[in-house]
Structure formats: C-alpha cells, structure tokens
Ligand binder design. Sequence first.
Ligand code: SAM
Length: 435
Amino acid sequence: MPHSLPANTAAPRSHAALEEQYEAYPYPTRDPREEDKRLVTGSPSHLAEVEHFVFRGRVPAGRSGERPLKLLFAGGGTGDAITMLSQQLADRGLAAEITYLDLSTASRDIARARLERRGLAGSVHFITGSLLDVAELAPGPYDYIDCCGVLHHLPNPEAGLAALATVLSPEGGIGMMVYGEYGREGVYPLQAALRALTAGQSPAAKVASARKLLAALPATNGLRRNPFLNDHRQSDAALYDLLLHSCDRAYTVPQLAALIESAGLAVTSFMSPAAYDPTWWVREPALLKPLQDASLVERAAVAEQLSGAMHVHIAYLARPEQAASRQALTVDGPDWIAMPGVNFDPQLAAKAARGGKGLSYNILGVSRMLDLPPLAAAMLERIDGKRSFGDIFAEMNASGTLAAPLDWDKQFAPQAARLMAALVPAGCLLLRRKD
Ligand SMILES: C[S@@+](CC[C@H](N)C(=O)[O-])C[C@H]1O[C@@H](n2cnc3c(N)ncnc32)[C@H](O)[C@@H]1O
C-alpha cells in the first residue's frame, strides 16, 4: 500500500533538478586513479553478502559451463557497487553480464573510468536513463539488482521499486539502501532552512552558502548534535547530497517494509542483522520478551527505535514466498566456506581471540562482545574466503598442535556453527558453498 511522506520531508520535485545536481556534483566523489590503490567495499552488494543473503550461499550462474550472471546497477552513480562487485566476481572467476543505469552522464563517465582502470568495463553495458523506464531500456531479467541510495530521491519511490521488480528474475534478489529517519536527525530542518535561504542561487552558490551557514550554526542545532552524520565534511558533492537535495525522504522500518511490500517483494535480511535485533541495543531479556514471536520487520522496527542512530537502512529482498529461505543457514557439512564481510579481517580477529580478550564489535556507537567458541582463533586464522570448513578441519588435525584429533560432529562442527552464529549477524563472516 502506498504510504505518505513524513511531515519533515522535502517536497518532491521533477527529474530536472535531480539531473542538474548529479551532473554538477556526481556523488559520491571518486577519482578513477584511486582504483590503482584500493577497492572501495561496502553494503549492499558485497559478493559475500549477496551469496549469503540472496542465494543461499551459491550464486545461480557464472561458473564455467554456466550462463553468465545477469546484474543491474540501478542508479549506479560514480560506480562504488558496480566496481566492487565486478572485481569480486572477476577474482572468483565468475562471468557476469552487467548493466549500469543512471540519469547522470557525469556519474556514468566516472564509473566507466573506474572500471576501465581495472580492466573490467568490457562486460558492462552503460545506459543513460531513468530506472522508471528500465523495462524498455534494459529488460533483463536480472539475477541481482543493486539500488543503493536512489529510491529515496525519486518523487515516487514505489514506482521505482515496482519498475525494478518487473525486471527481476523469479529467483533473483535486490540489495537496496534508503535513508533512515531517526538517524538523520537535524537534516530536514536544515534542508528547509537552506531552501528558504538559497532560493534562486546556482548550485555552486548554494554550496558556498551552506558551508557558511554550517560554520555559523549554534550548538543547539540538530545536525551539530548528531555525531553519526559527517558526510557533508567530505566534499561539495556530499554536502549537496545531504543538505541541498531537491528530492529526499527518509524511512522508518515500517515505512520501508510498506515500500518493499508495495513492489511485491519481502526482506530476506536487513544489514547487518545484529543492528536490526533489539537485543543488540538493550540487554534486558525480560524487557524484550513481548517481542519473542514478533516478525523480522516488527523486531527491526523496535531495534531502530531503541538505537535512534540508524541513518540508512540496507536490506536484501526477494519474492515473499522465498524470502525466508534465501539465507545460507549454518555449517551443516564440510563444504561451507566462511567469507570475510565488509572491512572484516579474520587474521586480526584471530589475534584478538587468541589473546583471550575476545572480540568486540561496534554498531553505530554501541559495542558488544561476540560470543566465540574455544576453537575460534584457530579457525579464524585459516579463514581466507577460499578454504572450506572441511579444509580447515583437516588442517587443524594435521597441524600437530592438538593433544588429540578433533571430532567433526562432537567438537568442530558445533564450534564452527557457534563461530558463524556470533559473526554472521554482525556481517563479519558470511557463508558460501564450495563450487
Ligand atoms: C546518491 S547517488 C548513489 C549512487 C550509487 N548507487 C552509490 O551508492 O554510490 C544517487 C544516484 O541515483 C541516480 N538517479 C536518481 N534518480 C534516478 C532515476 N530515476 N533513474 C536512474 N538513476 C537515478 C543519480 O543520478 C545518482 O547518480
């Protein structure tokens, strides 16, 4: 069911203002030469997450003898996600046919230059146009669609997600990100003030006015009091995106769920799952007991209310009848491979676990100790995204450092499952099946 805009949201304008912004200020700001030094990684659309949360631990195509995977980057921008996923697929030897779609030619040129720098542009089809017209421009069907930071800028986000759903293959999935309402405290009053103060100015003059205003704000201002939003300090494009956008709305979890439902889709997982679990934020089991039979979305709605800091929502989606069964489950055999997630280094984690200090993880300002099993350090130091748990089991038993050989059923498998139960919710490790 379509939902209405919250009262603090900018009135949606036409495509024209949006195109003008992203032609003048492609966002995020990226220099293709940086590709020689580092790969920007993030959520959604990190290959480990896509395999775990969308494809039960195994992408449905792309191996030798199979058809290529079909991927769409809808509102691909300056190319963060398309560059990351293309590189990760190439590293794994998985073939893909990739479509990039965006309104902005300036953004497209940056995305293309980044992919060219890595020798990855050959499998990408670049299209300039609106995702609302995707069925005509690039009908797919796609195994996976990335739509990150785009829908909340559309005058009608429901129409945008519905258009993407029509080109999604029946077994396919979507990774999406939209702004979160509560964590963007301070943004919308300042956007409104800037609209009043900069009406009629050019984009560059608006940026200059906004910078001056930011420097002059009182300590009571909502954005100044919000420690989780710092994007506007990075670049003019980031400042424009945060404070001067012509069309921008934010979502609570129930509003996001309504958007997703309106497109005939359902959430397979929020990202990271731990952030959307109320027990991360409040460690009083008795208080949270009324939620024990609540749905994923109902629990997520309370989690964001308790956190108060979620400024974006990332979710993986599939058709409702499949959503509950799309996740990789647990280590129920030797062929599962643990894949490091965004910014997680298993070697560093092994060091922390070995030192006996345990492993702490921080989500939006709240740190928790993760409950690791006794074999965690020995497992983590062997986790590289290539060895399976079967390989790790064999290596540990052959290492000569154990008093007695490990038993798979009694010791290793339950502890591997416990390791994953601690690290999957934080998005640190994900599972894929050996090819
Ligand atoms: C904030 S940027 C996000 C870019 C990229 N997805 C990322 O996460 O880095 C939003 C992008 O969506 C594009 N966009 C906005 N409305 C669109 C539409 N209707 N169709 C296609 N692209 C659109 C803009 O041109 C811009 O490049």
